[in-house]
Design a protein around this ligand. Structure first.
Ligand SMILES: [Ca+2]
Ligand SMILES: [Ca+2]
Length: 273
């Protein structure tokens, strides 16, 4: 299901280059070819799609984030007349090491700075600064949680050669945690449990172990793309680490999409005919 929003290969840098270009009305250029002249800001990010140096070393065990296909899709009508396309996300770590995030904030700071711990094969580790942030995010009826800013993005694209980004999803904060064990490659028990709800925390540890998934159901707070007024065929993409904040062994496999058709207030999933 891994695919290609924007006409370029979908992943870290090229994927984001496609998004950038779309937002800067260069979608036509993207549709023309996967290799094309990009504005400087976008071309600089293409290099991000390469495996980072630290993860190319044989003795390093980097995580590899991937997305399961968007699932449990349905349309919700709001009392205000909006139409929301809801879906479950599944963020997976299928790398050789955990996504291990250690965060800290100084007194007076509202958000935490995130560092990524990367393990060696001999179980020692190094620590890398990231540009990720942790925010205390309030969920109606549940209180707040410390969550990562933009580790996943939902995006709706048109189909075909002139494909364009149409809408972004609403949800922007996700808790990184071991929710479901999917393969036997990692630990049997969750290493990263539920995220802290203590706003006074100055430090935080969260992540996803090898072989485990983080997931939120389709009905969760902000778990939608607003599709009001849209009609036709689209592809809903779930993208892991869209801004490439985290070091991974493979930066080229972070997006997975599902085809949807919107017509007369109805949703068809999986095909457009
Ligand atoms: Ca990846
Ligand atoms: Ca990454």
């Amino acid at each position: 299901m891994d695919g290609e929003p924007g006409g370029a290969r979908v992943h870290g840098g090229r994927y984001r280059a496609a998004v950038l270009s779309s937002r800067h009305l260069l979608a036509a250029a993207i549709a023309a070819a996967a290799t094309f002249a990009l504005p400087a800001a976008a071309s600089a990010q293409i290099e991000d799609s390469e495996t980072p140096e630290v993860c190319r070393q044989e003795n390093m065990r980097c995580p590899d984030l991937r997305m399961g296909a968007p699932s449990e899709l349905y349309l919700q009508r709001t009392p205000g007349g909006r139409t929301l396309l809801r879906s479950r996300n599944r963020l997976r770590n299928r790398g050789a090491g955990p996504l291990s995030l250690h965060s800290r904030r100084d007194r007076g700071e509202r958000s935490m700075r995130v560092r990524q711990r990367i393990y060696r094969t001999n179980a020692s580790h190094i620590t890398r600064f990231t540009h990720a942030r942790l925010d205390f995010w309030r969920i109606p009826g549940q209180g707040g949680y410390w969550k990562v800013r933009n580790p996943v993005e939902f995006q709706l694209w048109t189909m075909g050669s002139g494909r364009e980004l149409v809408r972004d999803g609403e949800k922007s904060r996700f808790c990184m945690r071991d929710l479901v064990r999917r393969t036997g490659a990692g630990p049997r028990r969750a290493i990263f449990p539920a995220c802290s709800q203590d706003r006074s925390d100055r430090t935080n540890r969260q992540g996803i172990s090898v072989g485990w998934d983080e997931s939120y159901p389709a009905g969760y707070f902000e778990q939608y793309v607003d599709v009001s007024g849209l009609r036709g065929c689209f592809k809903l993409w779930h993208v892991a680490d869209p801004n490439n904040r985290f070091f991974e062994s493979d930066e080229t496999n972070n997006a997975t999409g599902t085809v949807v058709r919107l017509r007369n207030g109805r949703l068809r999933v999986g095909r457009c005919s």
